[in-house]
Design a protein around this ligand. Structure first.
Ligand code: NAP
Length: 250
């Protein structure tokens, strides 16, 4: 087993399911102690921790709403007492909804922006000063190709992910040279989030992709592992598209 992240502590927001779970397992397998954050699903968080342990890693689970500043600050205090100072932050917590613009409401827009944008901003703000004081750290934000292309039936989600790409770029500029901040923009990945999508829409996306398949969470976790680790030591401010080749289509 590669132990390139031995002695590191990683907080993965939304680490209990989907992409966050795969990232937690990959970072745990590489030797980092993982703080698995979640919001509602305690059993899923426990299952992720068991999977991390199965691959030889360790950590603990932490319930907190990423959009609640005092909850996030409290969680980080608890993590640092139990596991040690945070070296790696992965922001994967997120929500998505789709609707025709005639059905769009300000409430829906704010709900998505709060979780996806505040929920990226708040954890970064809460870990950055500690990382700087200790001389370094690495942050990986999960964006989306929806932040790079028009999404007429997912306007709040698309705007929120464009904002995540903006946060990634601007925090990278502000927090260098001590902290590298990068993003991953996944294409369609098979998780609970995309479970309800029509199979005809999924089939069309598969056909558009150069690689002729949909993504799995492990496709994204390998990119997260690369960006979080010293292998990406000269990479900062980038959002790395991992979508099987769809976004390059004009
Ligand atoms: P998922 O399977 O629905 O998992 C979402 C995760 O986020 C869960 O662990 C959930 O915890 C957590 N979460 C949601 N709201 C939270 C909050 N307020 N505070 C803390 N945790 C919260 O979704 P996914 O597909 O893995 O997506 C992960 C990230 O990738 C999201 O940012 C998403 O926008 C992005 N993404 C996904 C795709 C895709 O095709 N799946 C594509 C591009 C980008 P609980 O279960 O406890 O609520």
């Amino acid at each position: 087993m590669s132990m390139e992240l031995a002695n590191k502590v990683a907080l993965v927001t939304g680490g209990s399911r989907g992409i966050g779970r795969a990232a937690s397992i990959a970072l745990g397998q590489a030797g980092a102690k993982i703080a698995v954050n979640y919001m509602h699903d305690d059993a899923a968080a426990q299952a992720t921790l068991s999977k991390i342990e199965e691959v030889g890693g360790g950590g603990a689970i932490y319930q907190a709403d990423v959009a609640d500043e005092s909850a996030v600050q409290g969680m980080i205090k608890d993590i640092e007492q139990a596991l040690g100072p945070i070296d790696i932050l992965v922001t994967s917590a997120g929500i998505m909804s789709a609707q025709h613009h005639s059905k769009l409401t300000l409430e829906n827009y704010r709900e998505i922006m709060t979780t996806n944008v505040d929920g990226t901003f708040i954890p970064i703000m809460a870990v950055k000063d500690g990382m700087i004081a200790r001389g370094g750290g690495s942050i990986v934000c999960i964006a989306s190709v929806a932040g790079l292309r028009a999404r007429p039936t997912m306007i709040p989600y698309s705007v929120s992910k464009a904002a995540v790409i903006g946060l990634t770029r601007s925090f990278a500029a502000a927090l260098g040279p001590q902290i590298r901040v990068n993003g991953v923009a996944p294409g369609l990945i098979q998780t609970d989030m995309t479970e309800a999508m029509q199979s005809s829409a999924k089939e069309a996306m598969k056909e558009e992709a150069f690689l002729k398949r949909l993504g799995v969470p492990e496709d994204i976790s390998q990119a997260v592992l690369f960006l979080a680790s010293d292998r990406a030591s000269f990479v900062s401010g980038q959002t790395f598209v991992v979508d099987g080749g769809r976004v390059t289509i004009p």
